[in-house]
Design a protein around this ligand. Structure first.
Ligand code: CMC
Length: 421
């Protein structure tokens, strides 16, 4: 028996059980001794796994990757360095980083047939819909990815995903613009190559180092966030032992939703709807009256200012110094000011989250609103693959298959069609 235990008495029968408390948690399966099941449909107080990747203290506004504070990672690391840290658990040495960058570079090309089915999408198809289809389809190009029991194969698929995702994401962008696809340039770094594949016209693109570093920091800030909805989707689907391309496409689908990654797009649509600063109080009142939500506000885990949002505000200053102010910033600042003082938001601990300012920055960089969530997906990818791999190595992890509380009919006899009224 563990040092700390919880005694549970079932007052229906008088039975008492003592269950271990480990890491501040009791095991739901211990309740079986009483014939009980635990009910938590939105995982409000349920740990779905043990994980050593990302730590969050939502009350204190702390986020760490493998123990390193997000502020330090965002200041010092590159995106691929961050990806290595999440995947491998340690910061890479110079040699490891160089080898990793080189390996990723050699896998950036995607089978040209992918362009054929991207061409099949309508010109106005949503970029996230295209992305989730194209990433899932990669599984058909790499049937060896089914071999999830083999560590070397798993490693290869992780490299392929991280290397090819920017190519597909950029091609999705090109499709929405009706522009020819630009192939990867392996003389460029990860971010430079992605930006070039999206924006190059006629063989030319003048890179802006300030904007590229800003994009890199945004991707780093999104790289992992423990058991968020999309990571939970990747883990849940991956627990069936499907290939990682299919599991990651489930993550993309989950991220698409406006309560998750789609919130960055929804924030911009909301700012458009508000239109001018003087209409902010009226909008806040309508939210409080139950007409919609203040998008980019609130978080399941953070009950204080999202540390990523703080960092993003600083990135915004650098970006707007280059591009000029995004006119919608004024409305966003006013929304934040009023909401942070309003009893409704204060009492519910609703603060700006990562999506509140990121869209304004992406827009200033030249990305269309419906493309913002693709950038979130590109950032979150290292987290998804790290969590997928960790899940497969966890001896406690079986197929994720929840129970239910049945609320339907008791048994009843089938009524043949001719006897129904
Ligand atoms: N605007 C207005 N009211 C809100 C908001 C909001 N953005 N978020 C939560 N509330 C209210 C909600 O109505 C509820 O009030 P009451 O107790 O009176 O019923 C209370 O706050 C608690 O809300 P909840 O829905 O139980 O909280 P949750 O932890 O299930 O939801 C959330 C978290 C992020 C889905 C939610 O805050 C939300 O919908 N925010 C807007 C969408 C958004 O910005 N999503 C991005 C999240 S961060 C990055 C990411 O995950 O992609």
């Amino acid at each position: 028996m563990a040092d700390e235990t919880l005694t549970i008495r079932d007052n229906r029968t008088g039975t008492e059980i003592e269950v271990p408390i480990v890491d501040g948690t009791i095991h739901a399966t211990d309740l079986r001794q009483l014939g009980l099941t635990s009910y938590d449909p939105a995982f409000l107080n349920t740990a779905s796994c043990r994980s050593a990747i990302t730590y969050i203290d939502g009350d204190a506004g702390i986020l760490r990757y493998r123990g390193y504070p997000i502020e330090q990672v965002a200041e010092h690391a590159t995106f691929l360095e961050t990806a290595w840290l999440l995947l491998e658990g340690e910061l890479p040495t110079k040699e490891q980083l160089a080898a990793w960058e080189d390996e990723v570079r050699t896998h950036t090309y995607v089978h040209t047939n992918v362009t054929t089915f991207l061409d099949g999408f309508r010109h106005d198809a949503h970029p996230m819909g295209m992305l989730l289809g194209a990433v899932g389809a990669l599984s058909t190009f790499y049937p060896d990815a089914k071999n999830i029991g083999d560590a070397e194969s798993r490693r290869l698929q992780k490299v392929r995903l991280i290397a090819k995702f920017p190519t597909i994401a950029a091609w999705v962008f090109r499709h929405t613009r009706g522009l020819p696809y630009v192939f990867p340039r392996n003389d460029l770094d990860y971010i430079g190559n992605f930006v070039n594949m999206t924006f190059e016209i006629g063989g030319r693109h003048e890179p802006n180092p300030v904007l590229q570093r800003a994009l890199e920091i945004l991707l780093i800030l999104h790289a992992d966030h423990e058991q968020n909805a999309s990571t939970n989707a990747v883990r849940g689907v991956g627990s069936t032992h499907v290939d990682p391309f299919s599991a990651v496409s489930a993550g993309v689908a989950a991220l698409y939703g406006p309560l998750h990654g789609g919130a960055n797009e929804a924030v911009l649509l909301m700012l458009d709807e508000i239109g001018t600063k003087d209409r902010v109080p009226e909008f806040i009142e309508s939210v409080k009256a139950g007409h919609g939500r203040l998008m980019g506000f609130g978080h399941r885990v953070y009950k204080s200012y999202d540390p990523r949002a703080k960092l993003i505000k600083r990135v915004a200053d650098d970006v707007f110094a280059e591009t000029g102010l995004n006119p919608k910033l004024e409305i966003a600042l006013e929304l934040e000011k009023i909401a942070l003082e309003d009893e409704y938001f204060v009492s519910r601990k609703l603060y700006p989250n990562v999506d509140f300012y990121s869209g304004l920055i992406y827009q200033a960089m030249g990305y269309p609103t419906d493309y913002f969530t693709v950038l979130f997906a590109l950032g979150r990818l290292p987290g998804w693959v790290s969590q997928w791999d960790e899940m497969l190595g966890d001896p406690e992890q079986k197929i994720a298959r929840p129970r239910q509380i049945y609320t339907g009919y008791d048994e009843r006899d089938f009524v043949p069609l001719e006897q129904r009224g």
